[in-house]
Design a protein around this ligand. Sequence first.
Ligand code: COA
Length: 416
Amino acid sequence: MSKPLEGIKIIDFTHVQAGPACTQLLAWFGADVIKVERPGSGDVTRSQLRDIPDADALYFTMLNSNKRSLTLDTKTPEGKEVLEKLVKESDVLVENFAPGALDRMGFTWERLSELNPKLIVASVKGFSDGHHYDDLKVYENVAQCAGGAASTTGFWDGPPTVSAAALGDSNTGMHLAIGILTALIGRGQTGRGQKVAVSMQDSVINLCRVKLRDQQRLDRVGYLEEYPQYPHGEFTDVVPRGGNAGGGGQPGWVLKCKGWETDPNAYIYFTIQGHAWEPICRALGKPEWISDPNYATAQARQPHIFDIFATIEEWLADKTKYEAVDILRKFDIPCAPVLSMKEIANDPSLRASGTIVEVPHKERGSYLTVGSPIKFSGLKPEITGSPLLGEHTDEILAELGYSKDQIAHLHAARSV
Ligand code: COA
């Protein structure tokens, strides 16, 4: 099966998570992704949070599959020369260094586009260019705090809370991948590359769109009827943390199931979809609620929504989360069990769909990773293990036209 991005060569000058997540996705879809790493150490995640001494850490292996690794010291004259050759032959350069690092290395946007006017230069930074924080180095949780996610996540009586989901890192990488693909299509029209930049703050804000919706509603009417603070609690002038409340017009909550006292994930998420009220009442054995004026409309239910959730929890007390969902699905009620990572790792449906895949690795044996969440009718991305540090250095140098002697010289000079 041919892959849509076959023939696209990408210099992957990324590290940690945001950049690598982007280039990994493009590699799955067929791009030749050359990961450029500092000789000796490589991407810092190779050695972070190791579970096997001296083997690449899962942090690295799970973000760098399907790539080739080239070690290159781009601060030496020889290393710069190799990078220049690579730039001339590539379609895209992706980087997520600290602000100004690429410029300090001598590879400004002007220099790169002079070397190759068709090159697309794609960057992740913490804040967008010109922002008053644009000099800051940024990691995941910093972006979640600066992007509005933390102030709106958690419970009203607790501090701002970050999400376990990588809203700042992988999410920004996905935004950048969309930008790169757009620039590639644009290049097909104009013949020229361009600079594509995505900031982590902006990417988080993009996912917090509904919270900006809520700020404007709050400014206008002074309350937010879908939040637990309504109608008995207090609102201030900022969007509050709403715990596990549904973010749209459908009230929902995380509810205890059988075994919650000992199993931290014996819960389901239950949504009270307005038009599903009748089936919910039937599922719960409360047919009298269907026409009761205290229950019949969403507005009537809201003042005592937590009493309704408590009644549902009574119904759930003798059911596991799986049993509960199996009953509720028959009534078309939007719900799901709260799944642990262990359950996700072993889920047969996720294995069958290729969302959780086991891939071979030269040092580790094999490891589990998350495969492509995007499914195509004409492409089945095949996930391969991540490269060892510098595994493809000689191969890539030879492709660039370096002779065996020249390659040996580069090694001796520690430039690769
Ligand atoms: N050869 C020679 N030098 C190299 C190199 C190579 N192959 N690869 C990297 N370097 C150099 C860089 O040029 C830089 O040198 P300089 O500081 O002298 O200019 C240096 O290594 C370190 O890069 P930096 O990006 O500053 O690393 P850091 O570990 O201090 O910071 C981040 C890490 C992630 C905080 C920072 O890169 C950052 O803010 N990136 C943008 C936002 C981002 O992507 N955040 C992470 C999301 S997972």
